[in-house]
Write a protein of this length. Structure first.
Length: 461
């Protein structure tokens, strides 16, 4: 068996738009290097300043180098019928595969990752970066962060891996049923295998154990796998840093959303952008126009004193208003879904068509306003006390989300057989949590989107 041991330098650190600036290939027959290829590459794109500082390869250096299309035949020849080997193989492999994809060529090779092999064959090391591994294993590393220097070091590392592979880890990785190749290089397969197919939240941790991302899912294992196959720049960077994954089951999507929101605000993970800020964004508002018709719309929260609901993007506002408009047969002209003055006469929305005609005087303003008030009351929970009953983590329990006087109190679980006769008794079963605009929005949306949700209201005195 022959191996093509490869390293590439690129215009950036990750992402589908990453272009190659340098490539080195060493053909290894299991005992020695039998052939080599090395070239700078004109990426036909600008190199980021951070990468220039890291590699020393600048735009002037590659200006007269061949483009990838010009060296593509050689890359195909040097890798044909060989196992593609690299340190953190998915990065190099995906960059090369994307270059070929732009040329209309489907590049496919068996892969081996020297990071994953090193973790199996040399367990217990503090770091498995190429530089730290070379230091630990006394491998000379010359011209670090240049393709030829890193490839030469990876060749020596691979030789050591072959010599010390007592448990045939290499053979296991090459097994197509193994599934390890798709996983981040630093993540143990056992960690992924132990993830459940249930609702909950999951924590991506780096090599130091720090939480770098929190996510929620209806199916934790399936959602986590989705991160590994996502080729967006953020996802690639996240997966490269992920060394371990923890999880907490929630029983339901609603509780998972609330757990996720709380965890993001508590840990402030570097790869979570949403929900790091509270009480900002866009507020849903209601007002009566000069025709006496109640209108719904949205604006920045600092311009909406008492919002019906709060969202972080315009798209979320539009989706919310579309849902209300469809559910309560409202008019898109009066829910800010059609720009003012763009339609004369009857409303005309691309997917909403159940307006009863208030826009063309086929329905009175008073009748229309009654439905608007119903829509508002269905989501405005600023002064209500109630418990939302959800699925539990097992069939023997149920989940609770408690809101008191319009303030989120927390979530919890109780036995399916337990009977609650006094509303205040719900407090005995919940974990107290912080209330903010995010969690209130989550609860409002759940109630709006689940007409058959089980809700226990506090009896009025």
């Amino acid at each position: 068996m022959k191996y093509a041991i490869i390293d590439v330098e690129t215009t950036g650190l990750s992402g589908s738009g990453n272009k190659i600036t340098e490539i080195a290939i060493a053909v290894f027959d299991g005992e020695r290097v039998v052939d080599e290829f090395h070239s700078l590459v004109n990426p036909q794109a600008l190199i980021s300043s951070h990468v220039i500082g890291l590699t020393g390869i600048d735009n002037a250096m590659v200006a007269n180098a061949p483009t990838f299309s010009e060296i593509a035949p050689e890359v195909l020849n040097y890798t044909e019928d060989k196992v593609f080997v690299a340190h953190n193989v998915n990065f190099d492999y995906n960059v090369i595969r994307n270059e070929f994809k732009e040329l209309g060529i489907d590049f496919s090779r068996k892969k081996l990752c020297t990071v994953r092999l090193s973790k199996k064959i040399f367990p217990g090391l503090r770091s498995y970066s190429l530089g730290k591994l070379c230091s630990s294993l006394e491998i000379p590393l010359i011209n670090r962060h240049r393709a030829k220097g890193d490839t030469d070091a990876t060749v020596i590392l691979f030789e050591k891996l072959l010599v010390n592979d007592k448990n045939e880890e290499l053979k296991k990785q090459l097994n197509p049923k193994n599934g390890e190749v798709a996983l981040p290089a630093l993540l143990a397969k056992e960690t992924y295998d132990n993830l459940p197919h249930t609702p909950g939240i999951y924590y991506f941790r780096d090599k130091d154990g720090k939480i770098i991302y929190v996510g929620k899912a209806i199916n934790i294992k399936k959602r986590v796998l989705g991160h590994f196959y996502d080729k967006k720049a953020k996802e690639i960077a996240l997966c490269r840093e992920t060394s371990h994954i923890d999880f907490e089951e929630s029983g339901s999507e609603l509780v998972a959303l609330l757990m996720e929101s709380e965890a993001i605000k508590h840990y402030y993970p570097k790869y979570n952008r949403a929900q790091k800020r509270t009480n900002k964004g866009y507020g849903i508002l209601a007002y009566t126009n000069r025709k006496g018709i109640m209108q719904l719309g949205y604006n920045k929260t600092n311009l909406v004193p008492n919002p019906i609901s709060v969202f972080y993007t315009v798209n979320e506002c539009i989706q919310f208003l579309e849902s209300l408009t469809e559910t309560f047969q409202l008019c898109p002209k009066y829910t800010q879904l059609i720009p003012s003055g763009s339609v004369v006469g009857k409303c005309n929305h691309y997917k909403l068509s159940n307006c009863k005609g208030v826009c063309v005087q086929e329905e009175s303003a008073s009748d229309y306003n009654k439905r608007v008030l119903k829509a508002i009351n269905s989501v405005k929970i600023t002064s209500k006390s109630f418990a939302v009953i959800t699925a539990g983590k097992t069939s023997e329990e149920k989940g609770i989300v408690l809101v008191e006087d319009g303030i989120y109190k927390g979530y919890g679980f109780l036995d399916e057989s337990t009977t609650i006769e006094d509303f205040d008794a719900f407090k005995n079963y919940i974990q107290l949590q912080n209330s903010n605009s995010d969690v209130m929005r989550i609860i409002q949306n759940h109630i709006l989107q689940h007409e058959n949700a089980t809700i226990v209201n506090k009896p009025e005195v």
